[in-house]
Every structure is written in C-alpha cells, then in structure tokens.
Design a binder for this molecule. Structure first.
Ligand code: AMP
Length: 230
C-alpha cells in the first residue's frame, strides 16, 4: 500500500451510488482515513449525544441535518492527528455552505482537496441498492441481498448476529433522500467542476469494476505511486 501524497478526497453522488462501499475498498488499498458523516451521525444517535439528538428527526425523514451540526463534527474529526495524512470524505459536503466551510477549514490548515469523485448513478440502480442494503448492528458491515450477500442469509459473516435494514432505507424515505439530493447536493457538481477538481466515474458499475476504474484514475492523475500493488 503506497500513498504518493497527503490526499484529501470527496466522494459525491446520490444515496445508493456506492460511495461507502468504495470508501471501504479505498481505505483498505491506500490507507486513507474514511470519514462518513452518516456513520458519525448514527453513532452520535446511538450514544445519545446532543448532536445525535438534534440530528435524529432529520435523518428519520431523509432530510439533511443542519449544516452547523455536521460541519462541526467533520472539522473536529479532520483536526485529529490520524487525519493529517489524508482523508476520504463520504457524504460530506452535501450543500454549498458545507463545501465552502470545508474549503476555508482546509485552507486555514494549509491543506486542500486533491480530487472530488462524482459517482454518476442512475436512479434505478440507486433504488435497487438502497432497498436491498442490509447492515450488521454490531460491527456495522454492509451487505446487499443480491449484490453482496452474507454467507448465511440475514446473518453477519463476522458476528453471527441478525442483519437489519437501515431505518431510512424504507421506500418512502429513500424517495425523499433522492429528492433532497437533487435539490441540495447536485449543485455541488457545478461547484467542484469550476475548481477543476471533479472527476466522474460510473456509479452503475459493480463495486469491483468501479474500484478498478478509480485505482486507474488515481495512477493516471499521480495520486498514488504507479508501482503500488493495490
Ligand atoms: P448517509 O449515510 O450518507 O446516507 O447519510 C444518512 C443521513 O445522515 C442523511 O440522509 C442525512 O439525514 C444525514 N447526513 C449525512 N451526511 C450529511 C451531511 N453532510 N449534511 C447533512 N445531513 C447529512
């Protein structure tokens, strides 16, 4: 595993684009720190923190949590020592205000974004992925009933406990999350295109195919050593 530089990446795309899956694969191959705002917020809800309590109602409805809450959590996490060598931001930013906050925070630390990977994904594929997604309540591992099934149906390969469906993966909330994405997040494609950071990948591909494509892109752009053995 070789990292050429300190790399800060943003993964952009609708819910169900496979950002989380790719983040896990990228972390494994290149050692990035993976920061998922959805995971951070779900953890905060579990722990009953004030941020968790404030976020819960929005998340249940598939609405965005207010910018200040999410930004505070992300910037706090990015300022920890293990984030210095580079991060993958998965699910952040989701609004222009968040993107601007991220820019100014990185700038004040003499850091910058290296790339924004936009997962262009059809609605049909996104809905199929979200509706079939299953999760281990103990270790957090993600599965999919057909694309990434567990060895025993409905049971985590690692922990042996019953898999659950995320509360916001129900059809009504999924519909709203996709509407919210179109309404609030899609505009960021434009924002990052202007800064020449945006690179588009095909989010409809399988996880393996997409990972191959991203690894090739990283090499082409000099983000990772061409001799790396990922
Ligand atoms: P995710 O796991 O990325 O699908 O996020 C699940 C939910 O967490 C979203 O539907 C939002 O309610 C909330 N959330 C995650 N990231 C953000 C963000 N950057 N801004 C606002 N809300 C967020």
């Amino acid at each position: 595993m070789i990292l050429a530089n300190k790399i800060n990446l943003v993964l952009l795309g609708p819910p169900g684009a496979g950002k989380g899956t790719q983040a896990v694969l990228l972390k494994k191959a290149y050692g990035f720190l993976h920061i998922s705002t959805g995971d951070m917020l779900r953890e905060a809800i579990k722990e009953g923190t004030s941020a968790g309590k404030a976020a819960q109602g929005y998340m249940t409805k598939g609405e965005l949590v207010p910018d200040e809450i999410v930004t505070r959590a992300v910037i706090g996490r990015m300022n920890k020592p293990d984030a210095e060598s580079g991060v993958i931001l998965d699910g952040y930013p989701r609004t222009r205000v968040q993107a601007e906050s991220l820019d100014s925070s990185l700038k004040s630390e003499n850091r910058s974004l290296n790339m924004v990977l936009y997962f262009r994904t059809s609605e049909k594929v996104a809905i199929q992925r979200l509706s079939g997604r299953r999760l281990c309540p103990k270790c957090g591992k993600n599965y999919h009933v057909t694309n990434m099934p567990s060895k025993i149906e409905g049971v985590c390969d690692i922990c042996g406990v019953s898999l659950i469906q995320r509360e916001d993966d129900n059809p009504e909330t999924v519909k709203n999350r996709l509407v919210v994405y179109e309404d609030r997040t899609k505009d960021l494609i434009d924002y990052y295109e202007k800064s020449a950071l945006l690179r588009e990948v095909n989010g409809d591909l399988s996880a393996e195919e997409l990972f191959e494509g991203i690894a090739t892109l990283f090499k082409r752009e000099g983000l990772v050593d061409d001799n790396s053995d990922e």
